[in-house]
Design a protein around this ligand. Structure first.
Ligand code: ZN
Length: 361
């Protein structure tokens, strides 16, 4: 297996959000940890392109693009674009590069130049809607990557696994009626933005290709892994993705300042190993990871390093953290949750057949 490619641009630091938790400090902390832990030496670092307008227009509305570009040009430091999202003059180029990294990564994976890749980009993307920004996100990077794989490279089936602590509502929205993308989201329940119900399984031709796993506060390593093994792995066996993209947010870490979940850096390593096992099984080991949230800068740096370390070592290691213990939870409720999701999820039913037009001829 080749060493992972890391996509990074200094333009990501120029997306100036003032004192907001989604800050350039997040990336600085990760970069510092990659240097000091010696991981950096093993990574091929790529400077992403600015995404082309025609690719952006495949997802985002022209009116939104015009408004966003004008807003960034006029914005002083830290002006609010919506109730949670801040943009500055550097945000336009940062967003074009973040989306460009998603597309570049997909191209490199699918042309066999690398097997795994990590996009160390901001602004994040999974809340962004076709017609507006949302939740610190400007362009939906992971959705643009999936659309590129489907429409430019010609894949038939892409899986997006979103382990950010918030529901990936933007990504779900884009592909809700689309059988070509199997979208999975783990998220804290209850939590902003309030979407991501178990019963939301897709609609029309996309019925059965959307899996939400809302988890109670405090759930961590054991519970994420168990839902991966009992729900996500069998669904992927049925769907057989040709590429796996991960919306890799790290705010489900127990130390995070915006959420109350219980993952540790070791848990993120184990989840990465589980993803790679599926990628090896279904798509020649091809998996791309895109940074979403994660707001405790040390927990974020530890967890991203744990992910990248697992991509290099091909197996999860234990990571000692000095961030206090993860919370204790009652695991009993998990059985009932798994049972409930299994009952409503079409991909987990024995007689569910994939749509004819997503099968390879
Ligand atoms: Zn999040």
């Amino acid at each position: 297996m080749s060493e992972p490619w890391l996509y990074y641009s200094d333009s990501f630091l120029a997306h100036d959000t003032g004192g907001h938790p989604e800050s350039p400090e997040r990336l600085r902390s990760i970069l510092k940890q990659l240097e000091t832990s010696d991981l950096r030496r093993h990574l091929t670092v790529k400077n992403p392109r600015l995404i082309e307008r025609d690719l952006l227009l495949r997802l985002h509305e022209p009116r939104y693009l015009a408004e966003l570009e004008a807003f960034c040009a006029q914005a002083g430091s830290g002006r609010r674009l919506d109730e949670d999202t801040i943009a500055s003059p550097g945000s336009w180029a940062a967003a074009l590069n973040a989306a460009g990294a998603a597309v570049d990564m997909t191209e490199a994976l699918l042309s066999d130049r690398c097997d795994t890749a990590f996009s160390l980009a901001r602004p994040p993307g999974h809340h962004a809607m076709p017609q507006h920004s949302m939740g610190f996100c400007l362009f939906n990077n992971v959705a643009l990557a999936a659309l590129y794989a489907l429409e430019r490279v010609g894949l038939k089936r892409v899986a997006i696994l979103d382990w950010d602590a918030h529901h990936g509502n933007g990504t779900e929205h884009v592909f809700y009626r689309d059988p070509r993308v199997f979208f999975v989201s783990w998220h804290q329940d209850p939590n902003w933005p309030g979407t991501g119900l178990i019963e939301d399984i897709g609609e029309g031709p996309g019925m059965g290709y959307n899996l939400n796993i809302p988890l109670p506060v405090g759930y961590g390593d054991a519970e994420f892994l168990r839902t991966f093994e009992t729900l996500v792995a069998p669904a992927l066996d049925k769907f057989q993705p040709e590429l796996i993209l991960v919306s890799a947010g790290y705010d489900a870490h127990h130390a995070d300042i915006l959420t109350q979940m219980g993952l540790t850096a070791t848990g993120f390593a184990q989840l990465t190993e589980a993803v790679m096992k599926q990628a090896g099984r279904h798509c020649r080991g091809k998996a791309g990871f895109l940074l979403e949230g994660g707001y405790h800068v040390q927990a974020l740096a530890n967890s991203v390093s744990a992910t990248i370390d697992t991509l290099l070592e091909e197996q999860a290691r234990r990571f000692a953290e000095s961030l206090g213990p993860a919370p204790e939870v009652d695991p009993l409720a998990l059985d009932a949750l798994i049972e409930k999701i299994s009952a409503v999820q079409p991909l987990l039913q024995r007689d569910f057949k994939l749509a004819a037009d997503i099968l390879v001829d």
